[in-house]
Design a binder for this molecule. Structure first.
Ligand code: C2E
Ligand code: CA
Ligand code: CA
Length: 250
């Protein structure tokens, strides 16, 4: 299987409307099929999970993320690279040991994104794995918050670094006062538990402004950039550093 990793940058906001900086990027894998071209992960991740290939795929993605991060660092861009971890790998002792060995003694700058659903499905396994990853110096983000049975009481249980709010909750923020209130209490609770909050799927400046008022720490979405190959990301980062905020978004 020919695999391609693309990266989507995330911008960290500054309260008070200052200039934002790109602080990280999410690794989003693509399958480069000889006939069908680039295939999005929604079409093959589930198959990889069901056919027992997800561990190999994820280990490849982590290695690639480390290599891409090193390339970016050499060019002067120190980014955190976030990698999606399938929920079922949290119970795979061999995988967890492999990740620990991979980052041991390295300036790795990796963040593992674990979906809220994976945590809800098996809270005991998830909390043990999350604690072990964090003890090894990895950052942990709770992904897709708002897709499943989002419950503020789950947040209490989770000792993670970051909460990533799903697009479905994010998009609604510009439209409804009720959604803004829900998001505000989620952001406040996450902050009081020591987590930073990232909103994903931000497509408009209007949504970005609403999120900024609610105290959201960072945004990710087409407003900043679509997911791009590494070479395009380096061009993007250079332009971002020189241009006024959002001028590089195109
Ligand atoms: P995700 O982790 O929620 O990743 C964000 C998805 O939203 C990506 O879709 C990204 O391209 C898309 N996106 C980002 N900003 C915007 C926006 O402003 N508007 C819209 N409409 N979409 C936006 P993508 O790349 O197709 O990935 C889909 C899902 O596949 C990911 O959702 C993730 O769950 C999974 N995935 C991707 N790469 C991997 C991987 O290496 N391992 C695993 N286990 N899952 C992966
Ligand atoms: Ca993700
Ligand atoms: Ca997500």
């Amino acid at each position: 299987m020919a695999r391609v990793q693309i990266l989507q940058p995330a911008e960290v906001g500054q309260q008070g409307g200052g200039v934002g900086a790109v602080h990280g990027a999410e690794a989003l894998v693509r399958w480069n099929h000889p006939v069908r071209g680039n295939i999005a992960p929604d079409s093959f991740i589930t198959i990889a999970e069901e056919t027992g290939n997800i561990r190999e795929l994820t280990e490849w993605t982590l290695e690639r993320a480390l290599a891409d991060r090193a390339t970016l660092a050499r060019l002067g861009h120190e980014l955190i690279i976030s990698v999606n971890i399938s929920g079922r790998l949290l119970a795979d002792r061999g995988f967890c040991d492999h990740v620990h060995a991979m980052v041991l003694g390295r300036d790795h700058g990796l963040c593992l994104e674990i979906t809220e659903t994976a945590v809800i499905e098996n809270p005991t396994v998830a909390t043990v794995s999350i604690a072990a990853f964090r003890a090894a110096g990895l950052k942990v983000s709770i992904d897709d918050y708002g897709v499943g049975l989002s419950s503020l009481s789950y947040l209490k249980m989770l000792d993670a670094d970051e909460l990533k709010i799903d697009k479905s909750l994010v998009t609604a923020v510009a439209e409804s006062q009720r959604d803004r209130l829900i998001l505000k209490s989620t952001i406040d609770l996450a902050h009081s538990l020591g987590m930073s909050v990232v909103a994903e799927g931000v497509e408009t400046a209007e949504v970005q402004a609403a999120l900024s008022l609610l105290g959201c720490d960072a945004i990710q979405g087409y407003l900043i950039s679509r997911p791009v190959p590494l070479a395009d990301l380096t061009d993007f980062l250079s332009a971002w550093g020189q241009a006024p905020r959002l001028a590089a978004v195109g």
